[in-house]
Design a binder for this molecule. Sequence first.
Ligand code: NDP
Length: 297
Amino acid sequence: MTDTRTKTRVCLLGLGAMGTALGRAWLAAGHPLTVWNRTPAKAGALAAEGASAAADPAAAVAAADLVVLCLLDDSSVEQALDGVDLTGKDLVNLTTGTPAEGRARAAWAQARGARFLDGGIMAVPPMIGVPEAGGYVFYSGSPELFAEHREVLEVPAGARFTGADPGFAALHDVALLSAMYGLFAGISHAYALIRAEDIAPKDLAPLLTEWLGAMGARFAAGAAERLESGDLTTGVVSDLAMQAAGTGTFLRTAEEQGVSAELIRPYFELMRRRLAAGPAEHGGEDTAGLIDLLVGR
Ligand code: NDP
């Protein structure tokens, strides 16, 4: 049997799908675990596996060194910890939020005498406690807290520290998820184009995977280099003028196939605007130049 006496005492507030998966991983690693959930019945499964179910958040927090929150949103964190004594506690908030919410929550925790780390989970519940699944959590906030509890934090999933600014974990989380939705939009449009034809979606799938892997990696690395150097034109092989001229083909193809172009049109519109702002100046640019339009430059 695992010796739990020397292990960090963890308390977990929030036993939804993600919280339950996290709790199960800490229990399996031998950490004494106290849990609390607004709807008490949901604590039953982890209690049966060895967790102590606390009657309220204050009792759960009092029983732990490391307090982990995995609730629906930032306002549920506020409600759950309202009036709870956090003096001397280490708080890790794995509730998804915005960067501003992370920063405000860090100041709020500090004012209550707690150290604070915000987290953004890059995994779904079945990936938790399964190292080979590759899931991880972005952390930001107190570097001391992170260094001290790193091993415990790495039990459910990998841990990546993004900086002392408590907003950075949320920012990395949302940046990656936003890119993912752009990818989903493109894939959805591609499947829509073949929907009416005698082409099996499962035959297109590996082609999409291969193409997006190659082009995604190329654009992510290339755009980073251009944003850092400020050089948008050297060595460009597919410039904005050429790509903008080609957008008509994509829109006409969508029309021919009876597919709405609403998912791809906004990106084409950015190309048109950038070019219209100065054909000579911007025509030879890489499409990384469109990023400036998004931030109003
Ligand atoms: P669930 O909807 O399964 O669970 C939500 C949890 O929040 C429940 O424990 C619920 O309690 C609690 N809750 C909601 N409102 C309040 C409140 N006002 N006061 C106290 N507790 C409250 O969500 P997940 O477990 O899936 O997600 C939790 C967090 O993890 C979210 O921020 C989510 O974005 C993040 N996450 C989830 C992923 C996933 O795939 N599931 C992936 C990455 C991040 P009750 O049981 O009483 O309703």
